[in-house]
Design a binder for this molecule. Structure first.
Ligand code: SF4
Ligand code: SF4
Length: 350
């Protein structure tokens, strides 16, 4: 591919992050938006107790530029399948407001895209290898355009997560999240279990019981959400099965494809506070390296590949180090194979 045909990824170094408006302008992030378009600005509002999510001050210039087009932006995310405040729209909106994302402070509506309980979805036909159709949150499907604002960081099941994961896992309704996860049950190392039961209430499927101070997992109930792995501090529960992560990555790529089917989407990735785990963890994690910058592109594969490359160039493959055996590049290869974009790109400094 010559440079002319490569997708462009625009790059603003972190020491100039206050020039986000210039990045939006140079990358033509909002150029296709028409008057009265409903624009879903998809992000992760952050979990209670966490601090890695994108901060409201970064969303304001994006929203302002959409409003300047006389369109109708709203901030949106979907409910979680794990037990926690964000597994319904009321708790989700409360957490969002705690993190500064209220209508009053952002001057745009905050809408939980899959409804009160996470069951409001629209089937989108994709004819994939794992799914013939995917269950995408209805509000996102009804939008005329999507701007995906993604925090690029490590991830327990996927190695790392950026634009593709934000679209795939982040736009699926609860039933969709179940079917994306359902191939990876944790590995149980019973001798490591101390019977503390910290994992048990985390399981929304009631798949875990502690009998005689040892954990028992019902694989027929488990959907592989990984919440118990996060809760367990003795390594009695772990996910190291690379075949499982391959399947999960391919599944959320297929969901990402469905989320933007027939809907123009633009991507803005925040390569800062690059923590080992995702913002669902609800805890304060030390970043693995210094902040790098903000990227923008019309190509979800190119922007995630560029983020990964910038991280590796600066600090080596910190994602593989944090999650041995979990190769996040699988999602990029698969997304490229499905025609969602190109791993070959041109990085353009802003
Ligand atoms: S047992 Fe399965 S469903 Fe339950 S928390 Fe663990 S991974 Fe999730
Ligand atoms: S959190 Fe870990 S150690 Fe505690 S009961 Fe669950 S599996 Fe056992």
């Amino acid at each position: 591919m010559n440079t002319k045909n490569k997708p462009k990824v625009f790059f603003l170094p972190w020491d100039r992050h206050k020039e986000l408006e210039k990045l939006i302008q140079d990358s033509s992030a909002v150029s296709g938006i028409q008057k009265n378009d409903y624009v879903a600005v998809k992000l992760h509002f952050g979990e209670r107790g966490g601090d890695g999510h994108i901060k409201p001050e970064f969303m304001r210039p994006i929203l302002k530029s959409i409003k300047n087009k006389k369109a109708k932006p709203f901030l949106t995310d979907t409910n979680t399948i794990y037990h926690g405040p964000r597994n319904n729209a009321i708790g989700h909106l409360e957490v969002a407001a705690e993190h500064g994302y209220s209508q009053n402070r952002m001057q745009v509506p905050i809408i939980i895209a899959d409804g009160l309980l996470g069951d409001d979805y629209t089937n989108v036909d994709i004819d994939g290898n794992h799914f013939k159709s995917v269950k995408i949150a209805t509000t996102i499907r009804k939008a005329n355009r999507i701007i995906a604002a993604s925090h690029f960081k490590g991830h327990l099941l996927a190695g790392f997560g950026g634009a593709i994961k934000n679209l795939g896992m982040g736009c699926g309704a609860k039933a969709g999240k179940f079917e994306m996860h359902c191939s990876v049950a944790p590995t149980v190392e019973v001798r490591n279990c101390v019977g503390c039961e910290l994992c048990v209430p985390k399981c929304a499927q009631s798949a875990l019981t502690v009998v005689s101070k040892k954990i028992q997992l019902d694989k027929n109930k488990c959907v592989g959400c990984g919440e118990c792995v996060i809760a367990c501090h003795t390594n009695a529960l772990s996910i190291t099965w690379s075949e499982g992560t391959k399947s999960v990555q391919e599944r959320f790529v297929e969901y990402a494809k469905g989320a933007v089917k027939d809907t123009p989407c633009f991507y803005i990735n925040f390569l800062n506070h690059i923590s080992p785990n995702c913002d669902c963890m609800g805890m304060k994690e030390k970043p693995m390296l210094d902040d790098i910058g903000i990227l923008a592109s019309v190509d979800p594969v190119a922007i995630d590949q560029a983020c990964y490359d910038l991280v590796v160039k600066k600090a080596g493959d910190v994602f593989l180090k944090a999650h041995p055996g979990i190769d996040g590049r699988i999602q990029l290869e698969y997304a490229e194979k499905l025609g969602m974009g190109s791993r070959d790109y041109e990085l353009k400094n802003v």
